[in-house]
Design a protein around this ligand. Structure first.
Ligand SMILES: *Cc1c(COP(=O)(O)O)cnc(C)c1O
Length: 482
């Protein structure tokens, strides 16, 4: 055993500063390491955090900026703070005050307690991920989810992968490699984060044949491509994040499906984002559900798990059994398959979707999308009143806002909502925005017409108290800066 002398070296240097705070009064490293407050952390980690803290403390003492040397308990508390900060500095929980429900930069759909109930248990131990509990043999990963997708969409078979970009890549690689694929010029979309249909097509080894024009594509354009350009696969992509308006025409998926059947060509439909429950129940009667996608007669559909479905990041593929069978056997599937934690979250979501009324309450994204304006107004007034009591010298009010679905879905639909407006007295809204973003739990707000807005739709139930604390802390930092 090496002698533990090094831990104590910091107290060896004896120096007394002019205000009397002595370096010798700094608590001893061994006492810090054994402090009960820090018992949850390993020795190595405590030591590193303690060394950092003590180094700063010593230089503060030497530069005369410390009144009294903190006692052992105080030092331990400070070091605990440092250790906690160090746990997750990169990915952190934030409060979403933007009113954008599926905010791609903020992790899209929030999952909430009901969808993640099984997750901690699965993280801790083993699971029957690929084990059939009835036969005691190797089982099929995701089998439960596939049967739920079949039930909810009416499809013959289904498959889940890492995200919808992966779904499109797998479908094209397995079914269209070396083949010519027709797609309307109006559907050559780029979804944020460099998902571009032409690029994915190239990666998959399929050859893109553009048909029609940007604003108008007719069935005769597809027919011409099949007859004269050797097209063997038809792809339709939902234009998720923009709308072409004016003099437009596109071929509805139902017509394309009929045409494909007649010519014996597979019709693939990238829906991007769709509901798993009846859209009408949520007040989106004009939108499509996954069941509508299958009912259109198309051979395969795919869509994201974390957009309007409201679940974890995933790509859901559903459709003809023989085609899904080909995908399941493709080597790329092995590289794109899902992990057990995501599967658990998807399973919870899909199970809930069997009971739409419950789904609308317990799937946070769906609850947010279906919130009505009077309810949001009530919540905005209540939050504004609490904030005004906490920070009497700031100008706090409420205003009507247009929230958004986000996530590149339903681009033309504004969701009427309510926000709290904050006008800090001695600072600008930009300063407030920055300080809220820098808080212990960052708060992301929207600035519109020089007002700081906190939209109630995307603030989770139960987040109000924390939100008020974060705003108070931001106020304190702003006041200090003045
Ligand atoms: C969002 C979207 C994608 C990409 O889905 P991810 O789940 O983000 O990978 C692909 N196609 C369309 C039409 C989309 O809207």
């Amino acid at each position: 055993m090496p002698k533990k002398t090094t831990d104590n070296t910091i107290t060896d240097a004896v120096s007394v500063t002019s205000n009397g705070a002595s370096l010798t009064a700094i608590p001893n490293m061994n006492n810090i390491l054994g402090h009960p407050l820090l018992s949850g952390y390993g020795r190595e980690r405590i030591k590193k955090a303690a060394n950092d803290y003590l180094r700063d403390l010593r230089s503060a003492i030497l530069s005369d900026s410390v009144e009294a040397v903190p006692c052992l308990d105080e030092c331990a508390a400070q070091i605990l703070g440092k250790l906690r900060e160090g746990v997750g500095p990169l990915t952190r929980r934030v409060i979403n005050g933007t009113g954008v429900v599926l905010h791609t930069n903020l992790g899209r759909a929030p999952l909430g307690a009901d969808l993640t109930a099984m997750v901690p248990e699965l993280f801790r131990g083993y699971s029957n991920l690929e084990y059939d509990l009835e036969t005691g043999r190797r089982g099929n990963r995701g089998a439960g989810i596939e049967s739920l997708v079949r039930e909810l969409t009416g499809a013959q078979d289904a498959l889940v992968v890492n995200n919808n970009a992966a779904a499109v890549l797998l479908i094209l690689s397995a079914l269209a490699k070396g083949k010519r694929v027709a797609i309307s010029r109006g559907e050559l979309v780029e979804i944020g984060g460099s998902f571009r249909v032409p690029d994915i097509m190239e990666q998959s080894g399929a050859e893109l044949i553009e048909v029609g024009t940007t604003n108008r594509t007719h069935l005769t354009d597809y027919a011409d491509a099949v007859t004269n350009k050797g097209v063997e696969v038809l792809l339709k992509v939902h234009t998720s994040n923009y709308k072409i308006i004016g003099f437009t025409e596109d071929v509805p998926i139902e017509e394309l499906a009929v045409f494909g059947k007649k010519r014996g060509l597979p019709v693939l439909y990238d829906m991007g984002s769709c509901f798993l429950i009846e859209p009408r129940l949520l007040g989106f009667g004009d939108e499509k559900s996954a069941r509508d996608g299958i009912a259109s007669g198309t051979d395969l559909i795919c869509f994201s798990g974390d957009k309007l479905m409201g679940s974890a990041q995933a790509g859901i593929i559903a459709g003809r059994r023989d085609l899904v069978g080909i995908l399941k056997k493709h080597p790329m599937y092995r590289a794109l398959r899902l992990d057990k934690i995501t599967l658990a979250a998807l399973e919870s979501t899909l199970s809930l979707c069997r009971y739409p009324e419950e789904a609308m309450k317990k799937i946070p994204a769906l609850a947010m999308l279906s919130m009505n304006q009077p309810e949001l107004h009530r919540r905005a007034r209540s939050l504004a009143a609490r904030l005004a009591r906490a920070i009497p010298d700031w100008d706090i009010g409420t205003t009507e806002v247009d929230d958004e679905t986000g996530g590149g879905s339903l681009p033309s639909i504004a969701l009427p909502g309510w926000a709290v407006t904050i006008n800090p007295t001695r600072a600008g809204v930009d300063d407030l925005e920055r300080e809220l973003r820098a808080g212990r739990t960052p708060v992301i707000i929207r600035i519109k017409d020089d007002a700081a807005l906190l939209s109630l739709r995307t603030i989770l139930p139960g987040e109000d108290a924390l939100l008020i604390d974060m705003i108070k802390e931001a106020r304190d930092r702003l006041d200090q800066a003045v």
